[in-house]
Design a protein around this ligand. Structure first.
Ligand code: CA
Length: 218
């Protein structure tokens, strides 16, 4: 396992580097945001430990830049700021987990193990299919430059389609993921909502696959 530690406090950087090396990991240390971006785009790290408060780019900016450059190494943010807003910002910038300082080394190791188990598949914070763009954090969706106004249910349904572009989703799958058990009148609700989405998007983007369900054109 190869880990990048991004930490500007030299002492903590050394503690992390030595502690992880003792557990058999290969560890590089970057002390600025710019250096972190440079190293993480050059080497395919299995994990990035990312401090938030850094000289130059802060941790949020580092994370955004890496994800925008298609770098999906699991990223654990470390910060002294035990602040809900910061945690939300960190996760929405593309980080996978968050650990406030001071932390126990055992917990850090457990989180590292959990993140490495999940691997590094692409997990964009903003979904893009064709000319559609959907931001789950901001609950906004655009077609080209035009922002669309969707209800909460329409948004959920489009999000599900955009997470499975080109795949046929059955009525049952759509019901299961977009509605919950409190919804009783299930007879034609999917048809109705697909109709609403088509009115707001267009007639072609969501195709009917006869006898199977619906598919978002990839
Ligand atoms: Ca710092």
């Amino acid at each position: 396992m190869r880990v990048l530690v991004v930490e500007d406090e030299a002492k903590l950087g050394v503690v992390l580097r030595d502690g992880l090396r003792r557990r058999g990991m290969g560890v590089d240390v970057a002390s600025t945001g710019e250096e972190a971006v440079m190293r993480a785009t050059a080497t395919d790290y299995d994990l990035i430990l990312l401090d938030v408060m850094l000289p130059g780019y802060d941790g949020f900016e580092v994370c955004r830049r890496l994800r925008a450059s298609d770098v999906w190494s699991p990223t654990l943010m470390l910060t002294a700021l035990d602040d809900v807003g910061d945690r939300v910002r960190g996760l929405d910038s593309g980080a996978d987990d968050y650990l406030p300082k001071p932390f126990s080394f055992d917990e850090l190791l457990a989180r590292i193990r959990a993140l490495i188990r999940r691997g590094s598949p692409p997990r964009p914070t903003v979904l893009t299919v064709g000319n559609l763009r959907l931001d789950p954090a901001e609950r906004r969706v655009w077609r080209g430059e035009e922002e669309l106004s969707l209800t909460a249910r329409e948004f959920s349904m489009l999000e599900l389609f955009m997470r499975h572009p080109g795949e046929v989703l059955s009525r049952f799958e759509l019901l299961e993921h977009v509605w919950d058990d409190s919804y009783e009148n299930r007879s034609n609700v999917i048809e109705v909502y697909v109709g609403y989405l088509r009115e707001k998007l267009d007639r072609e983007t969501i195709e009917t696959v006869r006898g199977a369900g619906y598919r978002l054109r990839a």
